[in-house]
Write a protein of this length. Sequence first.
Length: 275
Amino acid sequence: MSADKPLAGRVAFITGAARGQGRAHAVRLASEGADVIAVDICDQIASVPYPLATADDLAATVKLVEDTGARIVATQADVRDRAALKAALTEGVEALGGRLDIVVANAGIAPMAGEDAWQDVIDVNLTGVFHTVELAARPMVKAGNGGAMVLTSSVAGLVGLASPMAGSVGYAAAKHGIVGIMRVYANLLASHSIRVNSVHPAGVDTPMIDNEFIRSWLEGLAQESKGGPDMGNALPVQTLQAEDIAAAVAWLVSDEARYITGVTLPVDAGFVNKR
C-alpha cells in the first residue's frame, strides 16, 4: 500500500455503478487502488419516469476504471433479484482473488408517481440494499480481513421530505429504512471488524435528478413549502457533484475512518441542519 494508493489490494463491490454516483464511487475507489465489482440493472423499470442506465453506460464505467489501472468485473444484475446479485458478486470475488473489502450499496430509483411506484422504490432502494449487505457480508466475514460498507441513503432518510405521491413517500420510507439496516449490521458485523455507515446526500447532479420529471417535482415541492421551511441548502450551492459523495465514501472506507461505524453522514451542504 502506498500513500497515493491507500486502497491497493482491496476489492470493492458497488451497485448501481453504470452512471451517476455509482460510477463516481467506482472511479474514485479504483483511483485509490481498489479493484471493482460493478453491477447495474441496465434496463428500464416501468414506474420510473426518466431513462435508467444502459449497457453502454456500464461499459463506459468499465473503461474509466480500467484507465486508472484497476481491474473491474462488471455485470448486468438487478438488486431486487437476490440470485442474480449473488451470482454477480460470486463471479467478481472469484475473478479478483477471493476477497471482498468494501461495499457501496448505491443502487436506487426515484419513481415518485404511478401505480407501482411505492412497491418498486421499496424493492430497489430498501430490499435491494438488504440483499447487497446480506450477500456481501458472507465473503467479507469468510475472508477475515475486516472491511467497510457504505449504504447510500439521502437527506430524505433523515428528515420528512416527500410529496403526497406513493413513490415519493416510498422513497423517504426506504431511505429511512436504510438507516435501520445500517445500524443493525454495524452491530452484527462489528466483531468481524467490518464497519457499516450510511451517507445522506442532498440533491446531486446526476441523471436521477437532472431530468424533466424530477425537476418538475422539485419545483412543485418548493412551491408547496412556501411560507414553511426553506427547501434550499445552507451553503450557497444548488446541487452537489457525484464526486463530492464519492470523496466522502472513499474516506469512510479508508483506514483513516477505521473506528467510525454506525454513523449517518450527511453530505448535504447543510440541508439537514436547516430543517
